[in-house]
Ligand binder design. Structure first.
Ligand code: ADE
Ligand code: ZN
Length: 342
């Protein structure tokens, strides 16, 4: 199936966009992984970049997470986190991404002896440089690993407080099934007391019940993924009525076999239900693409219209944690782009 004639790759590239669901560790391309491994004297389980890419063949979320946590072990020094973040920003700025909200997984580093400060300082410095040099604005969201305990999450929250002003919100990620949002209620209560906004992965592999818990127990502003919400009409009604944004990641869902193919994905259905769905890449180094590749594959697979694409991008500006002024500026820029490419 070819792209509709007026929605070319060039058209998609030029759209001013925002990304709200990207794990910075999931943007570690094999080339950079090898470079950092070499300078840090870390050995990898692959003999080449090609062999690493061949291993990126997943059967579910856990099979991906096993490789994801292993690969990030090359990251040891502040400069490694800087280089990782810088490479992502350079890549997305070439796709005209104007704003990003980046997840990071501190426990995946502190648990192997890398200090919290090392991780966040490297990421933060790259985000500041990205804003100045690449005109990509950004926010940072700290995720708790839900396969670890609530006590570990609480400890992580407390160790983040000296860097409070660098972090806009907290999230919940890693192995979903068997680790319900309600287990983290006390941590999220304390995070909100410190002024953090909250988001959570829910309804990626887990049931709609996990989305209810994320809303009611964790008081989230957005749901990450949330594609299983369509199984529960009452939940769809709630998400639509309250305009709760869903950060959908189509290529990720296909790679992790949430859907059998891009043609089977329910993003178009979510839009047609009036949900505030947005387009995102999740872990682009592992799932076959960044923002433009997600737009392109989904447009082709689901026959998205220009109106659908305009809606998806507008939703992401509105759903972002930006102030009202920059939201409006980016939204106006988007409308002008579509008007001038009619
Ligand atoms: N961590 C990185 N990517 C993830 C995903 N897709 N789901 C849950 N945790 C993650
Ligand atoms: Zn994710």
């Amino acid at each position: 199936m070819s792209s509709s004639p007026d929605i070319t790759k060039t058209f998609i590239q030029g759209i001013p966009k925002a990304e709200l669901h990207i794990h910075i560790e999931g943007s570690l391309e094999p080339e950079l992984m090898f470079e950092i491994a070499e300078r840090n004297g870390v050995s990898l389980p692959y003999s080449s970049v090609e062999e690493a890419r061949r291993a990126y063949n997943f059967s579910d979320l856990q099979s991906f997470l096993d490789i994801y946590y292993q690969s990030m072990q090359v990251l040891l020094h502040e400069q490694d986190f800087y280089d990782l973040t810088r490479a992502y920003l350079q890549r997305v700025s070439s796709q005209n991404v104007r704003h990003v909200e980046i997840f990071f997984d501190p426990q995946a580093h502190t648990d192997r002896g890398v200090p919290f400060e090392t991780v966040i300082t490297g990421i933060h410095r790259a985000l500041e440089d990205g804003e100045r040099q690449l005109s990509v604005s950004s926010k940072l969201i700290m995720c708790f690993l839900r396969h670890l305990s609530a006590e570990s999450a609480m400890e992580t929250l407390r160790s983040s407080l000296p860097f409070r002003e660098w972090i806009v919100g907290v999230g919940l990620d890693s192995s979903e099934v068997g680790h319900p949002p309600e287990d983290f209620k006390a941590v999220f209560d304390e995070a909100r007391e410190h002024g953090f906004l909250t988001v959570a992965h829910a309804g990626e592999e887990g049931s709609p019940e996990y989305i209810w818990q994320a809303l009611d127990d964790l008081k989230v502003s957005r749901i990450d993924h949330g594609v299983r919400c369509v199984e529960d009409p009452k939940l769809v009604e709630r998400l639509r009525e309250e305009r709760i944004p869903l950060t959908v990641c189509p290529l990720s869902n296909v790679k992790l076999r949430v859907f059998g193919s891009i043609e089977d994905h329910n993003l178009k259905q979510m839009l047609d239900l009036g949900l505030c769905a947005t387009m995102n890449s999740d872990d682009p180094a592992y799932f076959g693409g960044y923002m433009d590749e997600n737009f392109h594959a989904t447009q082709e697979g689901l026959h998205l219209t220009r109106g659908d694409i305009h809606r998806l991008v507008k939703n992401s500006f509105q759903a972002s944690f930006l102030d009202a002024e920059r939201k409006q500026l980016l939204s106006d820029e988007l409308d002008e782009y579509f008007a001038s490419h009619a």
